[in-house]
Design a protein around this ligand. Structure first.
Ligand code: MSP
Length: 687
């Protein structure tokens, strides 16, 4: 029996310490596209993702939240709106999800730690150095940048503890060789950074501290209570424990190890390209074939821990634009190996240009014309002719020559047809070359080049003009539409890894059955039957009104900012005491509002005419116009302090002050005039 080839690809396992943002989704979407691509090509794929749940940061956060660390991580991973939900929403087709708190993983890590201890690669010592708590990393003085953590730029603290160490230094030469003389780490630009900064640096590759005693939330070292295994050793081995290494839970090592590709963000390349292979060398295990360090999505130059004026919540973004549009945007707009700047504007632009204008338009124009001119069923005989099929075949075998094209019957329109056929039939090879090198953006460029070519083909052939004389031009018109359907089909097959759901919808519209959706069929021409049934469906990617949308996103962010502010704040109580006699000197009276009006040229002031029980009207000015309309207040019984010296405001005398209650709600100041029972007569003293 012909066994399928296997392919094992992983994402980093995420820290469930807070909400995932679009930057986290970036790597997972890329891995998903790669996994789907390999499945499309016929591989038996294992796509692993998961969560990295131990460490001091989680322990601290759980304490702050008043829950156990396990409850804390459960809540972020498995609760509604958590990591698992997000991956479901983003249509992430992982085959296995590992949590480092899973029993089988914990058991495996304990065995691995003991084995490395037994083989002499882990030894006990004492650690003195600088520690970055958020990154859970120890640094030497010389590794710090401006005295701060070189990874995240935050403050580090002095730390000393008894600890176990891994003899990384022993593997320095082998790791250097791996990095410099193989394709283990890509893109190549990251290789020298690793070798220069961590291996050929002053002092060489340092042994790595692999246990902690200052907190307890980790895998316990079973032969030395009080020590827990360093999170990175614990986390990196997930790639193997999830296949059954050192446990009975799974049995897939033989089939899937070594991994074909680990996708990781650039800041964790160090762990994957230096310590991970060294750990594996120590255990005598085969090394993964590739570590690919992708770039970051930045927000105005910063890694996006804070959003800086853009909506970054993947739940919200996919709700507004659709999951496929979001997935597509991430891989279409940024070269995978470099950093990119994320903005909502770029997202909307990409959706409008590529999806609405180019792809959406091509599909809707073609299917609409097939319905309008042929009732959705193209006539017999409009399919690929012999020369077209032959050209496609030659392109597929990379043997194309101009001769075949020029031989084509001398019909001028045939040249245009063959150009389209040639581009569409050659697309798969170009795309494959890019996908194999993880160049998603280039792969999509190739597909969209053909989509744009097909849109041009519509304009060149002007089907609406052909349709004016169906008797003379009907056959040509049908052939033009057939060529467009075939081009759409080929492009759609290649878009499956990026936008699986939309591709299904397009296939349904152009009448492509299962056999017309395969990898093989993407390099063939004439796969759809000539009499294919076409049904125009809903608009797949509606155009977004940029200005309106950006305004709405701004409003959403304002709301979110407000929601993050405290619901209620009151002024702190005064520390200073006031003696009773001084207090009694304040004369508070009930007053009735006889008239109230806005003060001209003032946005704030209201002018009150008040009955204070003396028989003479009292005038008070109060800066509360943004809280009340004057007419609302007439007739109300209020409280005023009446023995303040008069003050001039906007040229008017204010004789006293009205008493209000003030507080802050979600960052906004609120004010309520103190209104008392109308039964209280004007002038009654309040004491
Ligand atoms: N737990 C470790 C990985 C252990 S793998 C054995 C970790 N977790 S993380 O949650 O902090 O990050 C997960 C991944 O998200 C990393 O690859 C990181 O680079 C990536 N990203 C986080 N923010 C990102 C962007 N703004 N842009 C792109 N990727 C980003 O590291």
């Amino acid at each position: 029996m012909n066994e399928k080839k296997s392919y094992y690809i992983t994402t980093p396992i995420y820290y469930p310490s807070g909400k995932l943002h679009i930057g986290h989704a970036y790597c997972t979407v890329a891995t998903d596209a790669m996994a789907r691509y390999k499945r499309l090509c016929g591989y038996d794929v294992m796509f692993l993702t998961g969560t990295d749940e131990h460490g001091q940061k989680i322990e601290d956060k759980a304490r702050e939240a008043g829950v156990t660390p396990q409850e804390f991580v459960d809540n972020i991973v498995a609760a509604p709106g958590g990591v698992l939900d997000l991956w479901k929403l983003m249509n992430i087709s992982y085959d296995r999800f590992i949590r480092t708190t899973d029993d089988y993983h914990v058991e495996s890590i304990q065995k691995i730690f003991r084995k490395m201890y037994d083989n002499g690669d882990i030894y006990k010592g004492s650690y003195k150095g600088k520690y970055c708590k958020p990154c859970e990393s120890f640094w030497t003085e010389s590794q710090l940048v401006d005295g701060k953590c070189p990874d995240c730029g935050r403050e580090v603290m002095d730390a000393e503890e008894e600890a176990y160490f891994f003899r990384a230094s022993k593997y320095a030469d082998r790791v250097r060789d791996l990095l410099l003389n193989t394709d283990f780490l890509e893109p190549k630009s990251r290789v020298h950074e690793m070798v220069n900064n961590f291996i050929d640096c002053e002092g060489g590759l340092q042994d790595l501290c692999v246990s902690r005693t200052s907190f307890t939330w980790g895998v316990p070292v079973d032969f030395d209570p009080g020590h827990v295994v360093y999170v990175w050793l614990d986390a990196l081995f997930n790639y193997m424990t999830a296949l059954g290494y050192q446990n009975e839970k799974y049995n897939d090592l033989e089939k899937f190890w070594p991994a074909d590709a680990h996708f990781v963000g650039k800041e964790i390349v160090r762990f994957h390209a230096i310590y991970w292979p060294a750990f594996l060398m120590s255990m005598g295990l085969p090394l993964p074939k590739k570590v690919y360090g992708h770039g970051w999505l930045n927000f105005n130059g910063d890694k996006m821990s804070k959003s800086k004026g853009n909506v970054v919540d993947p739940h919200l973004l996919s709700q507004r634009y659709g999951v496929d549009a979001l997935r597509f945007f991430l891989l279409r707009s940024f070269p995978f190996g470099s950093d990119g700047n994320f903005t909502n504007e770029l997202l909307i632009q990409t959706i409008n240009n590529d999806l609405a204008n180019d792809l959406g338009n091509l599909v809707s124009r073609t299917t609409a014309m097939a319905e309008k001119y042929f009732g959705g069923n193209l006539p017999e005989g409009c399919g690929a002719d012999e020369v077209e099929t032959q050209v496609a075949e030659l392109v597929r075998n990379r043997e194309i020559s101009g001769a075949v094209i020029s031989q084509h019957g001398g019909r001028p329109e045939a040249l245009i047809d063959l150009e389209l056929v040639r581009e569409a039939a050659g697309l798969r090879a170009a795309y494959e070359g890019q996908m194999e090198r993880f160049q998603f953006q280039n792969a999509l460029n190739a597909v969209f080049g053909v989509i744009q070519r097909a849109n041009k083909y519509i304009d060149e052939n002007a089907p609406w003009a052909l349709a004016k004389d169906m008797e003379a031009n009907g056959a040509r018109l049908a052939h033009v539409l057939y060529n467009l359907l075939e081009t759409i089909r080929v492009c759609t097959v290649l878009l499956i890894p990026f936008m699986p759901e939309s591709c299904d919808k397009i296939f349904a519209q152009i009448g492509a059955d299962k056999t017309a959706r395969t990898w093989d069929s993407a390099a063939q021409w004439g796969v759809l039957p000539a009499t294919v049934s076409v049904t125009k469906g809903d608009n797949l990617f509606p155009r977004i009104d940029m200005d309106k949308e950006l305004k709405e996103l701004d409003a959403i962010m304002e709301e979110a900012k407000k929601a993050a502010l405290p619901a209620l704040e009151v002024e702190p109580f005064l520390e200073e005491q006031v003696d009773f006699d001084t207090f009694c000197k304040s004369d508070f009276r009930a007053v009735k509002v006889k008239a109230c009006e806005n003060v001209k040229k003032s946005a704030k002031l209201l002018r009150f005419t008040l009955d204070d029980g003396t028989g003479t009207d009292r005038q008070i000015l109060s800066g509360i116009a943004m809280y009340y309309k004057p007419e609302e207040l007439v007739g109300k019984t209020l409280v005023a302090i009446v023995n303040l010296p008069p003050r001039k405001m906007m040229g008017l005398d204010s004789c006293g002050m009205l008493i209000s209650a003030v507080h802050t709600e979600r960052g906004e100041e609120r004010l309520h005039l103190l209104m008392v029972d109308d039964a209280i007569p004007a002038g009654a003293k309040l004491c």
